[in-house]
Design a binder for this molecule. Structure first.
Ligand code: PEP
Length: 257
């Protein structure tokens, strides 16, 4: 256990577009059994299933120790946005979290930093905590531009918030070259960027806010490497993709603290 007890440890599972209804029900059921049989100490566990399963997950969460988040939200309050889901709708399901700015949404759905900022605002207005993703692509790291990219994403996506609003934000550092590739950032690479992000927050909002902001690592985090990553002083947990699709793997990561 790390000396730092100011920050909430969080392990969040991003299911992406996986699982049929039956499989989703089974996975949550298995996770509930795992959570009942294991001591998760003070780690907050969040699952982010596809939107169509949010209501079921939210109902099941009432009987267990996990919380539920969405994978995406529309930035507008309501209206003619076919296929989209609003923050008010997520709030009505009593969801606590929503992922914003995932690299897949940035790459495939043209989600810019300006849109991320609007989505963050929409969520906070409806009392939902945004899990805001940032991270560089391989070419940016190879060109030594990763610090600049992260700085831009954090500043433009989040630094319009007041300190009070910012206190509800969780950040996930997800190097794009590590997502779904099996190529994890080393614990040292993760620590370097997490410390850098915390420094940016301290400059903008002061040390107290920076010291209480949870910063998660995401990118091929697995049972075999989670312990080393989570041992780093500025890594407060993980945003897990592939390895959250099996309850025992996800549980092993949760227990890595
Ligand atoms: C993700 O997409 O948020 C992620 C971390 O995926 P994976 O763990 O599969 O790399």
């Amino acid at each position: 256990m790390k000396a730092n007890n100011k920050r909430q440890h969080i392990v969040a599972g991003n299911w992406k577009m996986n699982k049929t209804f039956q499989e989703a029900d089974e996975l949550i059921d298995n996770l509930m059994t795992e959570l009942e049989n294991n001591d998760i100490a003070d780690t907050k566990v969040i699952i982010c299933p596809p939107a169509i399963y949010l209501e079921m997950a939210s109902d099941m969460a009432e009987e267990s120790y996990f919380m539920v988040g969405a994978q995406n939200v529309n930035e507008n309050e309501s209206g003619a946005y076919t296929g989209e889901i609003s923050a008010a709708m997520l709030e009505a399901l009593e969801l606590e979290y929503c992922i914003v700015g995932h690299s897949e949404r940035r790459a495939y759905y043209h989600e810019t930093d300006a849109i991320v900022a609007k989505k963050v605002d929409a969520l906070l207005k409806h009392n939902i905590k945004p899990i805001v993703c940032c991270g560089e692509v391989l070419e940016e790291r190879e060109a030594n531009r990763h610090f600049d990219v992260i700085k831009r994403q954090i500043q433009e996506g989040l630094f319009h918030l007041t300190a009070e609003e910012f206190a509800n934000v969780v950040i996930a550092y997800e190097p794009v070259w590590a997502i779904g590739t099996g190529k994890t950032a080393t614990p040292e690479q993760a620590q370097e960027i997490h410390a850098y992000i915390r420094g940016l927050i301290a400059e903008k909002y002061g040390a107290e806010v920076a010291d209480t902001t949870s910063i998660l690592y995401g990118g091929s985090c697995k049972p075999g490497n989670a312990k080393e990553l989570f041992a780093k002083p500025d890594v407060d947990g993980g945003l897990i993709g592939g390895a959250c699709l099996k309850a025992d793997d996800f549980m092993a990561i949760i227990k890595a603290f």
